[in-house]
Design a protein around this ligand. Structure first.
Ligand SMILES: Nc1nc2c(ncn2[C@@H]2O[C@H](COP(=O)(O)OP(=O)(O)O)[C@@H](O)[C@H]2O)c(=O)[nH]1
Ligand SMILES: [Mg+2]
Length: 363
């Protein structure tokens, strides 16, 4: 879900690398992480099993060029490819703005590619997302290997929806084609974000936080910290994006915390459903000195509180409930407003939409 933060002048997008197991999704992220300068990337997180296979997701936040005063930030995710991880795959898709389908070019992997693409279509349908309106590209990876199928054949198998999408040949392991792929999809996502006339259909998954919304949310969070004794409060969209934060001024990786907390919260939601519950409304992690309390705000947002020995989980839970109710109202009002205003209301020129990341030097 594109989240436009007018207070911080940032637009946040979520881009997901999808595809069968061992096609090279993680390799794409690893190359991007290696190549970008520190100023335009955050920490890369890989939730992998002991054998390096992706278990939940990989996560890498990157920022592209500034457009009309707004910094475009992209949160890159991969999904686990193995068939039996569909639950987590679906969770990662939540709020997606753009997709890269990474296919394994080897002849003997064609069936897995087709199955994975069908699985993508199926999961998109369950969210009521429409692949025909979603910016996406296809990457044919592992072109360095001997036993690869010709591109025409792969196109025939995978790029066969009514709308033909851009495709790229790649050797993700060496970085070939990785930035062409990312640049194209990020440009498609960005162009789609600008230039929607006021009154016309606002993009389905958009959400804007205007300065006045940010002020109101921060006021509620500040009161919450005062009453509960918690040290930090983070308001997080369930797609994994940080919406607002108040609290102690220490260097926390709030971007990663948000992505992981949303992932953990939604996977316990899946657990709850196995018991016939809609969701568990509270998630509590107890540490030696510091603990975390995550609770529901509404069906799109959660509230995370970090607290130490100065207070108790009971206090935090009590006041989190009150804060959540107040924030829920502010968010409902914010969602009802058109998201694209001011500098965002005019279409991007060709020049403005040209490049997002460029082609950084190979490491
Ligand atoms: N030969 C070759 N191997 C690759 C390429 N991209 C990834 N790999 C290898 O394929 C395996 C699976 O890659 P990974 O990125 O973990 O796949 P994922 O399951 O899609 O995340 C790893 O051993 C990679 O080194 C490529 O372009 N060429
Ligand atoms: Mg992987």
């Amino acid at each position: 879900m594109a989240i436009i933060n007018y207070a911080q002048k940032v637009i946040n997008f979520k881009v997901v690398y999808y595809g069968p197991g061992v096609a090279g999704k993680t390799a794409n992220l690893q190359h991007i992480h290696k190549s970008l300068p520190d100023t335009s990337k955050g920490n890369m997180i890989s939730l992998a099993a002991g054998d390096d296979r992706t278990l939940f997701f990989d996560f890498l936040p990157v920022s592209a060029t500034t457009v009309r005063g707004f910094t475009a930030k992209f949160q890159l995710y991969t999904v686990p490819g193995q068939v039996y991880y569909n639950m987590t795959r679906k969770l990662v898709l939540r709020g997606v703005d753009g997709l890269i389908f990474v296919a394994d070019s080897q002849w003997d992997r064609l069936k897995e590619n087709v199955e994975s693409f069908r699985n993508l279509e199926e999961n998109m349908r369950e969210y009521n997302y429409n692949l025909d309106e979603m910016p996406y590209v296809i990457q044919y990876n592992k072109r360095d290997l001997a036993n690869v199928a010709p591109i025409e054949y792969m196109e025939f198998m995978l790029n066969r929806r009514t709308r033909q999408v851009p495709y790229f040949e790649a050797v993700a392991l060496h970085g070939d084609g990785v930035f062409d792929t990312l640049n194209t999809v990020s440009r498609m996502v960005l162009v789609g974000e600008f230039g929607q006339e006021k009154g016309s259909t606002v993009k389905l998954h958009d959400m804007a936080i205007h300065e006045s919304d940010a002020e109101q949310i921060n006021a509620v969070l500040t009161t919450f910290l005062g009453e509960s004794g918690a040290t930090e409060a983070l308001l997080i969209d369930r797609s994994g994006q940080l919406l607002a934060m108040t609290g102690a001024n220490r260097a926390l990786d709030t971007v990663s915390i948000s992505a992981l907390a949303a992932g953990a919260f939604s996977s316990t939601g899946a657990l709850a459903q196995l018991l016939g519950e809609t969701e568990f409304t509270v998630l509590f992690h107890q540490g030696n000195k510091e603990s975390m309390h995550v609770s529901t705000v509404d069906d799109q947002a959660i509230l995370l509180a970090i607290f130490g020995e100065r207070t108790t989980v009971g206090m935090v839970r009590l006041f989190a409930k009150e804060a959540a109710a107040a924030i829920g109202q502010i968010l409902a009002a914010a969602r009802a407003k058109p998201s694209n205003r001011g500098a965002l209301s005019q279409p991007l020129t060709a020049e403005e939409s040209r490049t997002s990341f460029g082609e950084p030097k190979k490491p």
